[in-house]
Design a binder for this molecule. Structure first.
Ligand SMILES: Cc1cn([C@H]2C[C@H](O)[C@@H](COP(=O)(O)OP(=O)(O)O[C@H]3O[C@@H](C)C(=O)[C@@H](O)[C@H]3O)O2)c(=O)[nH]c1=O
Length: 186
């Protein structure tokens, strides 16, 4: 029988320039545990201005989304997540490379990534995550909230699922090629 390795890690693709997977330290005792999920002393490249808590049902996919202006932080608190990134910054050494991470609530970690990356996350089981951004939704939501259909093969991420629950908006997202034309020059 195959035993699942519950380690939060990069499982496929390339380490994209500017992305940090920060392993967190869970201090356990007889009461439970205590974990710092963000500390300014870690010198992360994130000027956080909004924090959000998100609960997802099993088989939910959120994304893929893209923002020109803000950096982002993602921390799975409970459950399991498959997270994909694709570098759309034409001046980046990892332009058009993709990466795929597996995150587990049992191995707490935060993923911090810069603006200019397509990103999406899938939850095979009911999950909870925290996310943060460097520009408030009220400021980016209307004009810097782009999307791409999650299963365009040109994205490259070898997702392990095929029929996720997505939002109504994500159901109408364009393919990668149309999206590239829409954001050009970038
Ligand atoms: C993102 C966001 C949504 N909302 C509201 C709007 C809506 O009623 C509800 C759900 O919003 P969405 O469908 O956009 O949620 P979701 O699809 O989970 O959006 C998120 O997806 C991932 C991939 C990201 O990149 C995040 O930055 C965020 O855009 O929550 C806020 O109030 N504040 C926020 O910051």
């Amino acid at each position: 029988m195959e035993v699942e390795v519950k380690k939060s890690r990069l499982i496929a693709g390339t380490e994209i320039e500017g992305v940090v997977l920060k392993k967190l330290t869970e201090h356990r005792d007889q009461r439970g545990s205590f974990t710092e999920i963000f500390n300014h002393r870690w010198n992360l490249d994130l000027d956080a201005v909004q924090w959000s808590l998100v609960k997802s049902e099993a088989n939910v996919y959120r994304g893929m989304h893209f923002h020109k202006r803000h950096d982002e932080y993602f921390c799975l608190i409970q459950g399991k997540c498959e997270l994909g990134l694709k570098d759309m910054r034409s001046d980046s050494p990892t332009y058009l490379e993709w990466s795929q991470y597996e995150l587990h609530g049992e191995d707490l970690a935060a993923l911090i990534f810069p603006r200019g990356l397509l990103h999406g996350w899938y939850f095979p089981v009911p999950s909870v995550h925290a996310q943060s951004v460097s520009e408030s939704y009220v400021d980016y939501g209307k004009d810097d909230n782009w999307g791409v259909v999650w299963n365009d093969p040109d994205i490259g991420v070898p997702w392990t699922f095929d029929d996720p629950i997505v939002s109504l908006r994500a159901g109408d997202f364009p393919d990668l090629d149309s999206f590239k034309k829409a954001i050009a020059p970038f």
